[in-house]
Design a protein around this ligand. Sequence first.
Ligand code: SF4
Ligand code: SF4
Length: 81
Amino acid sequence: MDQLNSSGPLAEDAFSWLEVDRRRCNRCGICVDMCPMDVLHFGAQGHPYMRYRDDCWYCDVCVFVCPRQAITMKELPYLIR
Ligand code: SF4
Ligand code: SF4
């Protein structure tokens, strides 16, 4: 689904407002599968990260579907506050 993304892929250590608690994350991939914008991809250790950050809709689907409560949204960019 990369053709849906408006910006290029970002490195795993790029800034994003999604925080994944790696002690909780079991790498199940549900958040990656459920993100409606295909923002999330697996990093080198199998944990999700925002590869296409600029396409995030802040819908919080990833937060709600995580069975381990491993995802939190950090402070959102000023434009949508
Ligand atoms: S907030 Fe929504 S669009 Fe953004 S990464 Fe999570 S599921 Fe995807
Ligand atoms: S849904 Fe939660 S536990 Fe599963 S890969 Fe995503 S962050 Fe990790």
